[in-house]
Design a protein around this ligand. Structure first.
Ligand code: ATP
Ligand code: MG
Ligand code: FE
Length: 333
């Protein structure tokens, strides 16, 4: 089975072709970063319009890249995300499904992130999953495909959002995560004392707004031209986030008795986090992280998630909801 994946939930337009037997046959991705950069964040209306422009061009590119092979189904992100952006992708998917007489598979964007490590061929269940993206921060017990139980989540900002906001305070561009990580390179992570929110309390929830405030206060004292101090500051912030995520992962592994950790979402591309989590392997934990390009938004993970959910296939004529908000997990243990 070959599945065409379509991703357009935010500011990345992606298409990919995934074959259950052969793996990824091709993928294309267009980032709208330059389009939104002048506004310091994603402008929903601009995002939708650009998805409309890019999708047909990207499809041609993908077809050329993968030898023009027709898919057997088309999987598309149906939520959560920007409603207009989602609608563009879903309508494009439906049009293709009509034209090619193939079914549509609606995919949960976060399940796509969660399953992305599978692109490298490992079967990661059961496992604890740390989902750290621009809009979400969750610890999940993955009991099996589609069986996700919430262990903890952020009470305020998401980890990626915290990176982006801290970067903004330092005058780094949008999106700030990678820029802040680059600035942190070579900085002293212990130069500034920043809080590790909620570590002093039991449980697996996260909070990043206190850290953000502490960071703001400290950053005001660092002159803009002091590049060494700025680097220390970025490193100290990154370390505070990494420490927090690391310790909560340890707790989740302990609480569940599981020995496998999936790390998914854009912050999973962070080098310091990847290095820190690597140390868990010394305790016999198997680490499943997607490669860098598949941590952030992409269509390969959507095609893969669709391929793993054939039972969700619907005829092109069927209506299914597009959801700005959509929970992935059950809240029980
Ligand atoms: P969601 O998936 O929750 O809807 P999203 O799709 O916007 O949100 P992702 O594409 O998974 O999120 O990840 C983007 C986030 O990851 C941004 O906040 C970005 O700053 C952050 N990010 C990406 N690379 C890095 C990095 N190297 N270090 C830290 N943060 C990073
Ligand atoms: Mg994005
Ligand atoms: Fe995402």
């Amino acid at each position: 089975t070959r599945v065409l994946g379509i991703e357009s939930s935010c500011d990345e337009t992606g298409l990919a072709l995934y074959d259950i037997q052969k793996g990824l046959l091709g993928e294309v991705l267009f980032s709208q970063i330059a389009l939104h950069a002048p506004y310091g964040g994603v402008v929903p209306e601009l995002a939708s319009r650009d998805h409309v422009r890019r999708l047909p061009l990207l499809l041609e590119e993908l077809m050329a890249q993968s030898g023009g092979q027709r898919p057997d189904a088309v999987a598309v992100t149906a939520g959560p995300g920007l409603i207009g952006a989602l609608l563009v992708g879903v309508n494009f998917a439906r049009a293709l499904a009509y034209a090619w007489d193939i079914p549509v598979i609606p995919v949960h964007h976060l399940e796509g992130h969660l399953l992305a490590p599978l692109l490298n061929g490992v079967a990661p269940f059961p496992a604890v999953a740390l989902l750290v993206s621009g809009g979400h921060t969750m610890l999940i017990e993955v009991r099996g495909l589609g069986d996700y139980v919430l262990l903890g989540e952020t009470l305020d900002d998401a980890a990626g959002e915290a990176f982006d906001k801290a970067a903004k305070m330092l005058g780094l561009g949008y999106p700030g995560g990678p820029a802040l990580a680059a600035l942190a390179e070579g900085g002293d992570p212990e130069a500034f004392r920043l809080p590790r929110p909620l570590l002093d309390r039991p449980g697996m929830d996260f909070s990043f707004s206190g850290l953000k405030t502490a960071f703001r206060l400290v950053s005001l004292k660092v002159p803009e031209e002091d590049s060494v101090q700025r680097s220390h500051l970025a490193a100290s912030f990154q370390q505070a986030v990494v420490d927090t995520l690391f310790r909560k992962c340890q707790r989740a592994l302990q609480a569940t008795g599981l020995k496998r950790l999936i790390v998914a979402g854009g912050v999973g591309a962070n080098r310091a986090l990847r290095d820190a989590l690597q140390s868990l392997t010394a305790d016999g934990v198997e680490l499943c992280i997607a490669d860098l390009a598949h941590c952030t938004d992409n269509a390969a993970m959507i095609a893969l998630a669709g391929a793993l959910h054939p039972e969700m296939a619907q005829p092109a004529s069927a209506e299914f909801p597009v959801r700005a908000r959509w929970s992935l997990v059950k809240e029980e243990t």
